[in-house]
Ligand binder design. Sequence first.
Ligand code: PLP
Length: 424
Amino acid sequence: MLASGPSPLSRTTNMTLPEKGTDWESLKREMEKRGANDVKWRDGKTAVYVFNAGPDVERVQKEAYALFQSENGLGPMAFPSLKRMEDEVVANGLALLHAPEGAAGNITSGGTDSITMAMKTARDFARAEKGVKGQVNIVLPYSAHPAFDKAAKVMEIEVRRVAVGADYLADVEAMAKAADDKTIMIAGSAPCFPYGLIDPIAKLGALAQARGLWLHVDACVGGYIAPFVRMNGGGIPPFDFEVAGVSSMSADLHKYGYCAKGASTVLFRSEALRAHMIFDSNDWPGGRMVTPTLAGTRPGGAIAAAWAVMNFLGVEGYRAKHAQVTDAREKIEAGVKALGFSVIGKPQLGLIAFTRNDIDCMAIWGKLFERGWFTSLTTEPKGLHLMLSPFHLQVADTYLADLAWAVDEVKAGTKGAAREARYS
Ligand SMILES: *Cc1c(COP(=O)(O)O)cnc(C)c1O
């Protein structure tokens, strides 16, 4: 990922709440003015943070969100509509990811939330069902998402990151060595964010079964694209509940599910496993509270928009949108190779990272930024990173032309980034 521009950690103003309110039209104008300085993602030049599935999907997200924006998923008795929509979205996810009969899951607020809940569930399962006590740990490939570390910090779980192999995939033998009787979870990614590569989940599943370990597959970015790429003929290896050793998965609706932000799914092989996620408390004067995920209040808009987008697209819609992503990736893959870059591993979905060691990729990033491109980076090795949306098929040629220009500029020693940017 990339950190540049204003720090998210410090505040930028000492303003206080105005005494008098302002009319909405003026506020709207002000907000639009502020937005004018943001990346212009609708023009296709942003390949991180945003998924651009086109104006038709954007409209469904917005209108469905607005219809249920005040409703609260915390209250299924008050809002059976949301409960039903959540159950149907989860059922869609479970079916797409080969979950067996009796599998279960929930909508969460995002991938970090899904991973946190999966870790909490695995830990409580280990304590309750296996009698594991004391300091516990999880074992991850080095390429796994920092969300695992964030959750581990909250729960005081030790994280053991294991170097990936020469192929940039999880090194299953090394992970086997790192796991012990205090390991509550091993994980693989499908795919990992930095390289866009699917870890050898079948091998991890075999390890999990042989050693009685909980295997989580982090399909946050891949869960709602990989099944459709496979239907389109892409040779996707087994990565989901089809692999017998997989206990839980995270799959983000707000990424390649093209749903509104604030929606992910956390999925479990059985209701018995999911039971360890549920919070159930009656130790206060307000009555019993039962919640599946970390959230109390759960935004109805995010649940409703996820339901609407899934049903708007259907299998055919997803296949068509994801075919555009695949075409964009293949075009860019061929193009960057022709320009002298090497692609890291063999990406199969919508993420691609590429590198070359005769030239400073950071300087190229800066040049592309000058031309309005906002993309991500990899640090090991130093490379350029793209998270592609359907719309990128329309701008792939422009990207490649600008990349060729950037390479020439950097080779000629023209001064680099117009604005400070750094690897993070
Ligand atoms: C995006 C992502 C996450 C985290 O999801 P958020 O929705 O950003 O919290 C976790 N794992 C992978 C592989 C991801 O791409």
